[in-house]
Design a protein around this ligand. Structure first.
Ligand code: ISL
Length: 541
């Protein structure tokens, strides 16, 4: 935790941009994005004004889970390039002042990883205990845990405000829902919280810890600025691997576990990062509906752990002022007293895009104003800066075992029929609203969503209040979220109308519209009215 006299770590002021490398930009003409494609488009990202890139996995992989199944942690998959391409990307990004954060998948490897191939080869193999092997129960799996992707879990709030898991998709009939698979050679079962091709590592084995630390050092030595740690709840499985209560039996165990083993693991990783200069960042995917549990992953008296954890409950909630006010208040009430810093996110590669979920372009614009002016570090998912919705992928054409293809559509760079993806057809179709929502067209139109993101990022970069200042609500009618951001000598006022009626929102004092969600009226005095879905950032006149 920084002393007040220490400068804030860079990641508190930063805006992160998530790159899903298969879908960002293709330099090779094979229809799949690659590292050289990212490097060639760095100017776009600096023009946009983000500070750091998080790149989803680029490691050697059979791609059963599109890279989240790693067969060699220290090699780049040939689809994406090679180590030289990664080095060139990091060097060029750094020259432009962009940090680079890689994905780190701790919970599992690919079943084709040499560690697992050795582990499954015999009960006596030295790697056997690197994974989680158990005897079955009378020919049945060792416990009642389910794997992910056998039915979708979402976390809606009931009318009584309680969070409850429900299955959003019917489990696929052919899917084996168990999180265990029997290995015929030994007759034992191995645990896979996700696909059978993704066996879970055993983090209680010190050799796994050592091997993974070596992986992290391999990339830190190459100059990467930190990691986004995948699926931490799955790592936190209890040692006894006991059955889940019946009410939870249909929920993938990877969304439920919260055992202290994960905190030992994170403190160890933190120590590795702290060996390196420059505030290397550790961002965690802690997919719990309950913020108190997420906060524990920032560490405690026994030591620091994560720097940032995604605040997922608001991402999975409706576009309603009362819900967002409650999430923002709860985050502040829990995080501020211990100086933990939230990470806000509206979309990523696992969930339908917010322009789809919130139902209109105008709402997505208003949500962007909120995302980029809250107290905390925002994460922008590639394509949201264009206002993209998901691609429509007919069931028969779906590639992802979790049904998440829609939000992974390739980024359209131009208005041409190939949208800047020459050569083979891209691996997925373009977004349903691709027409007019490509980078080149939006760069020409100052009212585009792209220019809105750029204006918000420019305003944020110039304002200590927006970056790290205090947050204070101001009075506003119910469908509106209105707040001040304040730092010494600097302040901004933000008002976001989540409703579809114009509404009067008084701003005490005299204010100029710095950014407006529809780009109308910027530079003029704020007149006290927000249009339908309107949102503004105001600076003192
Ligand atoms: O994708 C989900 C729901 O559709 C989530 O429950 C997701 O499985 C969970 O957040 C963990 O996600 C991460 O690990 C997975 C990988 O498939 C995801 O892409 C990744 O973000 C396994 O590595």
């Amino acid at each position: 935790m920084p002393e007040p006299s220490e400068p804030e770590p860079w990641w508190r002021r930063a805006v992160f941009y998530q790159i899903y490398p298969r879908s960002f930009a293709d330099s090779g003409g094979d229809g799949v994005g690659d590292l050289e494609g990212i490097r060639r488009h760095l100017d776009h990202l600096t023009w946009l004004g983000v500070d750091a890139l998080w790149i989803s996995p680029i490691y050697r992989s059979p791609m059963a889970d599109f890279g989240y199944d790693i067969a060699d942690h220290c090699a780049v998959d040939p689809l994406f390039g090679d180590l030289d391409a990664l080095d060139r990307l990091v060097t060029d990004a750094h020259e432009r002042g962009l940090r680079v954060v890689l994905d780190w998948v701790a919970n599992h490897t690919s079943d084709r990883h040499p560690w697992f191939e050795a582990s499954r080869s015999s009960v006596d193999d030295p790697h056997r205990d690197w994974y989680v092997w158990r005897d079955g129960r009378d020919g049945a799996p060792p416990n009642n845990w389910r794997a992910s992707f056998t039915g979708e879990v979402i976390w809606p709030r009931d009318a009584d405000g309680q969070l409850r898991p429900i299955l959003g998709l019917e489990p696929r009939p052919e899917a084996d829902a168990s999180a265990w698979r029997r290995e015929p050679r030994s007759g034992q079962w191995y645990l896979h919280s996700f696909l059978p091709e993704q066996p879970d590592l055993n983090w209680r084995n010190p050799e796994v810890v050592r091997a993974m630390h070596a992986v992290l050092r391999f990339w830190l030595d190459r100059g990467v600025d930190g990691f986004r740690a995948d699926a931490l709840a799955a790592v936190a499985k209890p040692a006894d691997l006991a059955d889940l209560p019946e009410a939870w039996a249909a929920v993938p165990g990877s969304d439920l576990h919260d055992d202290p083993v994960v905190h030992d693991m994170l403190r160890g990783v933190r120590a590795v990062l702290d060996d390196y200069p420059g505030d290397r960042v550790l961002i965690g995917e802690v997919h719990y509906p309950d913020l108190a549990r997420v906060l524990a992953y920032y560490g405690g008296p026994e030591g620091r752990e994560l720097d940032l954890a995604f605040d997922f409950p608001p991402m999975l909630d409706a576009w309603r002022a009362d819900r967002w006010r409650a999430h923002i208040d709860e985050t502040a009430a829990r995080f501020d007293p211990v100086d933990a810093w939230p990470a806000w996110v509206l979309s990523n590669h696992d969930f339908p895009r917010h322009a789809d979920r919130f139902g209109s372009d105008a709402r997505a614009r208003a949500a962007a104003v909120l995302l980029l002016t809250l107290r905390g570090t925002p994460f922008v998912y590639q394509g949201e800066e264009l206002g993209l919705v998901d691609a429509e992928v007919p069931a028969a054409d779906r590639l992802d075992p979790g049904g998440r293809d829609g939000c992974r559509a390739p980024l359209p760079w131009t208005a041409a029929p190939d949208h800047g993806w020459p050569g083979s057809r891209p691996w997925l179709p373009f977004a349903a609203n691709v027409d007019g929502h490509d980078v080149a067209s939006e760069r020409r139109d100052p009212r585009s969503v792209l220019h809105l993101y750029r204006a918000l990022l420019t305003a944020r970069r110039a304002s200590p209040a927006l970056q790290t200042g205090r947050f204070r609500w101001i009075d506003a009618p119910e469908p509106v979220l209105a707040y001040r951001r304040e730092a010494p000598g600097d302040e901004r006022l933000v008002a976001v109308n989540t409703g579809s009626q114009a509404v009067a929102v008084a701003a005490p004092g005299d204010w100029i519209v710095e950014v407006s969600a529809d780009r109308v009226g910027e530079g003029a005095r704020y007149d006290g009215t927000l249009g339908p879905d309107g949102a503004v950032v105001l600076r003192p006149a």
